[in-house]
Design a protein around this ligand. Structure first.
Ligand SMILES: Cc1cc2nc3c(=O)[nH]c(=O)nc-3n(C[C@H](O)[C@H](O)[C@H](O)COP(=O)(O)OP(=O)(O)OC[C@H]3O[C@@H](n4cnc5c(N)ncnc54)[C@H](O)[C@@H]3O)c2cc1C
Length: 240
């Protein structure tokens, strides 16, 4: 399916020229620009597609930050130079949300791989790039079960951004009901944690629920604290 007319953008070369200053500055904020900054046309097409029927759009550049601080530096830079940004996870979305229609920079979360379990409090901090099945495997090893179950094995950042759900929803809820707190990079490049992990704490604005389902429009979700369930004696996962 063709790209919507509202999103007709300049050819890639013209965009890379237009954003040349930003691209040069990106090299400076990334620890390993050779691996974390993609500019090759063929490779860029892989960052401009999801599972929707829409045509791919090559971004001017793709950036793969490996820490939340790096993600914040990238966003701060792009925001200050007014370069459009599109966050992406596993690109299994069916609606084109991860396609960079504005033609700027894709911020791919694949390298955000933190996984820190708090066994006593039955929760885990996970990097946005960790995929659902990988998280499930680690949960099982520790006697836990991760509730939300979209069939496509998405990234947890993508799951939160779309509030993905699956066959286990009736028992465990959608992603929305399983998030305790988020660490996000705002569109201006600031890092914030949406709330304390301690559940009795009720101070401050309810930003967690605002970010869940926001489809990449309110910033980059970099780390997620999920609640976990005890692994049941009889447990079967459904796969679509
Ligand atoms: C075969 C198949 C089966 C599916 N089954 C289900 C299902 O059972 N249930 C269901 O709910 N969905 C399902 N989906 C849809 C899709 O898998 C979900 O929407 C999933 O949650 C998307 O996650 P992702 O990592 O692939 O995100 P992407 O497709 O990469 O991105 C989706 C949106 O989230 C944004 N985004 C991604 N990561 C971040 C981030 N870290 N911070 C901010 N924004 C971000 C993107 O900009 C985009 O707008 C299915 C898709 C396929 C192809």
């Amino acid at each position: 399916m063709a790209t919507p007319a509202a999103y007709q953008i300049e050819p890639l070369e013209a965009r890379q020229k237009k954003y040349a200053h930003c691209i040069e500055e990106l090299r400076k904020v990334l620890k390993n620009p050779e691996k974390q900054l993609v500019l090759d046309h063929k490779k860029l097409l892989r960052f401009g597609i999801d599972e929707s029927p829409l045509d791919p759009v090559a971004p001017a550049a793709a950036v793969l930050p490996s820490t939340i601080e790096e993600a914040a530096a990238v966003v701060k830079l792009c925001a200050s130079l007014r370069v459009p940004m599109t966050p992406s996870g596993a690109r299994t979305g069916l609606e084109g949300g991860a396609i960079p229609f504005a033609g700027g920079v894709v911020i791919d979360t694949v390298n955000l791989k933190r996984m820190d379990f708090d066994v006593e409090n039955a929760c885990v901090w996970v990097g946005a790039g960790v995929k659902k099945l990988a998280l499930n495997r680690e949960c099982t090893k520790r006697g836990f079960l991760f509730g939300p179950d979209p069939a496509s094995n998405p990234s947890v950042g993508g799951m939160v951004s779309t509030s993905g759900s699956g066959m286990s929803t009736l028992r465990y809820g959608t992603t929305r009901e399983n998030v305790i707190s988020l660490k996000v990079v705002t569109p201006a490049g600031d890092v914030l944690q949406t709330r304390q992990v301690v559940r009795k704490s009720s101070a401050g604005l309810e930003l967690t629920q605002l970010y869940i389902g926001s489809e990449g429009t309110l910033g980059i979700i970099c780390e997620v604290c999920f609640r976990l369930f005890p692994l049941t004696k009889y447990c079967r996962r459904f796969r679509g």
